[in-house]
Design a protein around this ligand. Structure first.
Ligand code: ADP
Ligand code: AMP
Length: 217
């Protein structure tokens, strides 16, 4: 009996690293609004053209665009029994929009999984992040690809995200995450949604093992 899950944490916490595997275990699709938006930018769609400037600056893409994109995605058949959201909701208005969508489906959010990683560690992680176009994430030092600059599974080139530059990261962490996204956690705590707090420090395997223990399938 899959359900509606949310993985929450600062940029660079390891959400995109852990979520595909966790979603597989929970039997739900991994839905990353960041990955979806990057695909729109890459495909040069109308949404991608509108979103790009906000993303490059580390700001949130306007709610109305992201909420519509997310509503369409969770309306797809593979999400009927649930999903693991990554990167959404990013502010309280988005959380309220999600609550309304879930109320319509007759099933509230089951659980918020919080990956707890301190600021200095997320800065270290983001400064070495490399990504493939398919959403797979690597790190120069902590999780390097087998061949430098090349994705292990599909041989795609690895790039640095334009929003991983240090001054943009500062904006994403301070002005967006702390100011706008942390209140989302408080919103769900006040609503009585179950929260699973997981220590996100240590190796990728250690974090994965903690997630397995905290969320038995
Ligand atoms: P998020 O999706 O939360 O922004 P990512 O999953 O993209 O974060 O991870 C950010 C960077 O940190 C990536 O380069 C990733 O390879 C690296 N990373 C993820 N988990 C760990 C970990 N446990 N230890 C070290 N580096 C990690
Ligand atoms: P992420 O891959 O989750 O780090 O997201 C990368 C960027 O995409 C963010 O810095 C925002 O510009 C944009 N983005 C992703 N998800 C959202 C969202 N839920 N609301 C607004 N903007 C978003």
């Amino acid at each position: 009996m899959p359900g509606a899950f949310l993985i929450f944490g600062p940029p660079g916490a390891g959400k995109g690293t852990q979520a595909p595997r966790l979603a597989g275990r929970l039997g739900v699709p991994h839905i990353s609004t960041g990955d979806m938006l990057r695909a729109h930018v890459k495909g040069d769609t109308a949404l991608g053209r509108e979103a790009k400037g906000y993303m490059d600056a580390g700001d949130l893409v306007p709610d109305e665009l992201v909420v519509r994109m997310l509503a369409d995605r969770i309306g797809e058949p593979d999400a009927a029994a649930g999903f693991l959201l990554d990167g959404f909701p990013r502010n309280v208005a988005q959380a309220e929009a999600l609550d309304a969508m879930l109320a319509e489906r007759g099933r509230p959010l089951d659980c918020v999984v919080v990956l707890d990683v301190p600021e200095e560690e997320v800065v270290r992680r983001i400064s070495g992040r490399l990504v493939a176009q398919n959403g797979r994430v690597y790190h120069e030092v902590y999780d390097p690809p087998r061949t430098p600059g090349v994705d292990d599974e599909e041989g795609l080139p690895l790039i640095r995200r334009p929003d991983d530059e240090p001054d943009v990261v500062r904006n994403r962490y301070r002005n967006v995450y702390l100011a706008q996204t942390v209140p989302v956690r408080e919103h769900y705590a006040a609503a009585g949604v179950r929260e699973v707090l997981v220590d996100g420090t240590g190796t990728t395997d250690e974090v994965a093992a903690r997630l397995d223990q905290a969320l038995p399938a």
